[in-house]
Write a protein that binds this ligand. Structure first.
Ligand SMILES: Cc1cc2nc3c(=O)[nH]c(=O)nc-3n(C[C@H](O)[C@H](O)[C@H](O)COP(=O)(O)OP(=O)(O)OC[C@H]3O[C@@H](n4cnc5c(N)ncnc54)[C@H](O)[C@@H]3O)c2cc1C
Length: 286
């Protein structure tokens, strides 16, 4: 039983959805429903209107626009895992999607969901940072595209406007010589990610011309490990250089979480170990 009364609308166009969100105070978007309905059942949220996006065909599917891979917001994690373009060029995203929940969850939940991005354990956020994804959004004032870093800041800073619809997650064109990887260390009972690390490495003429590393689960929100990145750029991608760079993982962030599931010290250790593993995997996946 749901403890609140609410209205329900399932518009078949983005324009109509934006209008509903603008005109009805307390209206929120409904996508895969798994998080939102649970929050409502627990009495944490009491929206006046659910605007179900499922009839809006332009929010479905994955397609290229000017070499940018556009993953539309209602694309499920299962569809992300099955995409041959993503498997070939963005393996880190496939690994993150595969680590989410179980097959039933992955077949229902959509990549455009913004609530998960405010969850400490969101696997996708670290990958969005290393792949330099952008997020396209739409509200009554028009459409906007923001970089992952800015989007995560906005969502975690409680600045998310519920009248705004995420329409797609966009990945830049694949660059030759680039590999990427993601690994998550999950708590065995809860399945929550205690530490997830994503890495991207581009090797040009034998040296690392670009390195991106980001962590989720171990810090208040997903964040890049810039000291690790700088330590590897300009060097050859040897096991020694990767290990030396990974040692700096804990230095790159202001705060590391410690709770009943894992201490700060343990998560710091995981950040180093998993930076080393994902960097090596990214180099080997080129
Ligand atoms: C059992 C279980 C296990 C999970 N395991 C993991 C895991 O291991 N790793 C992980 O990262 N995540 C995990 N999740 C979270 C999951 O991946 C989803 O992100 C989450 O459940 C919400 O997705 P949804 O499509 O069901 O969104 P909904 O529940 O429909 O919506 C959630 C919120 O996002 C908003 N929203 C949704 N889509 C849009 C949009 N396009 N534009 C604007 N706002 C939008 C809604 O208004 C709502 O506030 C798990 C969830 C469950 C239930």
């Amino acid at each position: 039983m749901l403890p609140v009364e609410f209205d329900y609308a399932a518009p078949d166009s983005l324009e109509a959805a934006v209008k509903f969100l603008k005109e009805k105070s307390g209206a929120v978007v409904l996508a895969g429903s798994h998080s939102l309905i649970a929050e409502m059942k627990q009495g944490h949220l009491a929206p006046s209107l659910l605007v179900d996006l499922h009839k809006i065909t332009e929010l479905k599917g994955i397609n290229y626009v000017d070499k940018i891979l556009k993953i539309n917001a209602l694309t499920t994690y299962g569809q992300v895992v099955a995409s041959s373009e993503i498997q070939t060029n963005y393996p880190a995203l496939v690994e993150a999607a595969k680590s989410i929940g179980d097959p039933q969850i992955r077949n229902q939940q959509a990549i455009g969901d913004v609530f998960a991005y405010r969850d400490l354990a969101c696997d996708f956020t670290a990958v969005a940072l290393v792949l330099e994804a952008t997020f396209s959004t739409l509200n009554a004032d028009g459409s906007h595209t923001v970089a992952a870093e800015q989007f995560i800041d906005q969502a975690f800073g409680n600045n998310w406007q519920t009248q705004e619809i995420v329409t797609s997650v966009n990945l830049p064109a694949y660059v030759a010589g680039t590999g990427s990887a993601y690994q998550a260390f999950k708590h065995p009972a809860t399945g929550y990610t205690l530490c997830g690390v994503a890495a991207l490495v581009t090797v040009t003429n034998g040296t690392v011309s670009k390195c991106r590393v980001a962590v989720t689960g171990a810090t208040p929100h997903a964040i890049r490990l810039t000291q690790v990145e700088t330590a590897l750029e300009g060097k050859t991608a040897t096991a020694e250089n990767i290990a030396a760079a990974a040692k700096l993982a804990g230095n790159s962030v202001d705060s590391i979480l410690g709770d009943r599931y894992a201490s700060e010290e343990y998560r710091r250790h995981l950040m180093e170990v998993m930076s080393k593993r994902t960097l090596s995997q990214a180099v080997n996946s080129r």
